[in-house]
Design a protein around this ligand. Structure first.
Ligand code: AHR
Length: 507
């Protein structure tokens, strides 16, 4: 057993936790929409064709804002195809994922679903194969109350009230050579700046996200951010980060993936602040970490990719990764990293939501279940409220091939000032040993004034997962090792585990 210690100090504030940190992402990709959230004919479908069992799981997950409709998909998408009478909507090839899009679900249907799950729409415009005029047409269609052709078209399509979308993505991963309409930083920066300025002329209060790098390992990383922000600094509010991690067989490095995410966030904020300084601006650009997850991308690249151009399927099984306990522990640690940067990461989207690299899985005509990654997300989204607190633990380190020496224990806390509740999120990265963790509480709020509980995700078999045959194999379990004495909380953290500790003030 190794030991670790942390101190909860309400003065060690990182920043307010923006609820949008617990956003997600629905792309027209694979079985995310069709057979995922939408399956008319399913015994549990509502009158709109949306699965109510999935709606309930999405609510339980607690996602706040949902990015839509892509992803790579958006870079070849014509939004006009997805509105109006369904029987008149064209079927189109989706060149990003080599599938056929029926356009059966579009903006109106998706907004109705969002109202069911209680989430906000984060809408992406196509800056790949399209440009500023089409983005403006969509903005007018979505947000103008009345009085123009587009506003009247929306009303004629059944929605008098505007959608009033507040947060918009200016394209997707435009730094990636795989992206339709991929551009240089200079070209994209000019296009994004022009589009953002036009959108802000319509409504200066819109929140606009410019594309940053698709990962910190892109050859253009950091210079891309500098160039696009130099073009568009005054007109945008966020720069995006995207990061996916996978276990390539080196579990120790995989468990330390948060180190990479942390470095990514620090580098992007430093770059944004450099541009701010050069311009003498008093405006600060935040990060929208609008794609993050575990993704076995190598499996998609090598096995699942659809080739050829004829008979591209509708809603094929794509990117349906089955997540293990180890995946969920890393996933939980990524949430810890995001919270550790709550002052600058004020929007984030777990990519994705249903069936496609997702916390929720479904079978057509059958059940829906929670993947292992569901649990850390749902717990954190439910209880990490208020302000994030820096609680950097004192612990041993271990050696990794990718990152060198890495702390065995990582943690962050939140304090909900309206209730006094403290939540602590902690990961034990040791592959061999449990950790004995001590938490010092502030003197005037000793452990005895709190009800203290803990829940842990771990398993003797770190490859255990939930699936169709065994949908409840893995879940969070109460951690009964927790004790309190004289202002100190002690808890054991199994090897390769993620834990939530809740300190609820006694009445
Ligand atoms: O989330 C899957 C894909 O990953 C998205 O479409 C793209 O933006 C990213 O490369």
């Amino acid at each position: 057993m190794h030991s670790a210690r942390l101190t909860i100090n309400p003065a060690a504030r990182i920043g307010a936790i923006n609820p949008r940190l617990f956003g997600s992402f629905v792309e027209h990709l694979g079985r995310s929409v069709y057979q995922g959230i939408y399956e008319p004919g399913h015994p549990l479908a509502n009158d709109d064709g949306f699965r109510t069992d999935v709606i309930e799981l999405v609510k339980e997950l607690g996602v706040t804002a949902i990015r839509y409709p892509g992803g790579n998909f958006v870079s070849g998408f014509s939004w006009e195809d997805s509105v109006g009478p369904r029987e008149e909507r064209p079927r189109r090839l989706d060149l990003a994922w080599h599938t056929t899009e029926s356009n059966e679900v579009g903006l109106h249907e998706f907004q109705r679903w969002l109202e069911e799950v209680g989430s906000e729409l984060m809408l992406a415009v196509n800056l790949g194969t399209r440009g500023t005029p089409e983005a403006l047409e969509l903005l007018e269609y979505a947000n103008l109350a009345e009085g123009t052709a587009r506003a009247e078209q929306r009303a004629a399509n059944g929605r008098t009230e505007p959608f009033d979308v507040r947060i918009w993505c200016l394209g997707n991963e435009m730094d990636g050579p795989w992206q339709l309409g991929h551009r240089s930083a200079d070209d994209y920066g000019k296009l994004a700046a022009q589009t953002a300025r036009a959108m802000k002329a319509f409504d200066p209060d819109l929140e606009l996200v410019i594309c940053g790098s698709s990962s910190s390992s892109m050859p253009t990383f950091a210079e891309w951010e500098r160039v696009v922000l130099t073009h568009a600094y005054d007109a945008v509010d966020y720069i995006s980060c995207h990061a996916y991690y996978e276990n390539t067989g080196d579990l120790k490095s995989f468990l330390a993936s948060g180190i990479d995410m942390d470095h990514f966030i620090r580098s992007v904020t430093a770059t944004a602040d450099h541009v701010k300084a050069v311009r003498g601006s008093d405006k600060t650009i935040d990060i929208s970490f609008d794609e993050w997850n575990i993704w076995y991308n190598s499996r998609y690249e090598n096995v699942d990719k659809i080739t050829g151009v004829d008979k591209w399927p509708t809603a094929p099984r794509l990117l349906e990764d089955e997540y293990t306990v180890a995946d969920a522990v890393v996933f939980g640690s990524l949430l810890i990293t995001l919270l550790k940067h709550a002052d600058r990461v004020t929007s984030a989207s777990l990519a994705q939501l249903v069936n496609v690299i997702a916390p929720i899985m479904t079978e057509p005509g059958g059940g829906a279940w929670r993947q292992t990654t569901f649990f850390p997300f749902a717990a954190t989204a439910a209880n990490a409220r208020g302000v994030a607190l820096d609680v950097t633990p004192v612990s041993g380190t271990y050696e990794t091939e990718k990152f060198g020496g890495v702390p065995l224990v990582d943690a962050v806390a939140s304090l909900d000032e309206s209730t006094g509740r403290i939540a602590v999120y902690v990961v034990n990265r040791s592959v061999d040993d449990a950790a004995s963790l001590e938490l010092d509480l502030p003197a005037r709020a000793g452990a005895d004034t709190f009800t203290v509980t803990a829940r842990t995700l771990s398993d003797d078999d770190v490859t255990a997962s939930n699936n169709r045959e065994n949908p409840e194999r893995v879940a969070l379990a109460d951690n009964t090792t927790i004790t309190t004495e004289g202002g100190v909380v002690r808890v054991e953290l199994p090897a390769v585990s993620w834990t939530e500790i809740l300190l609820t003030p006694q009445a």
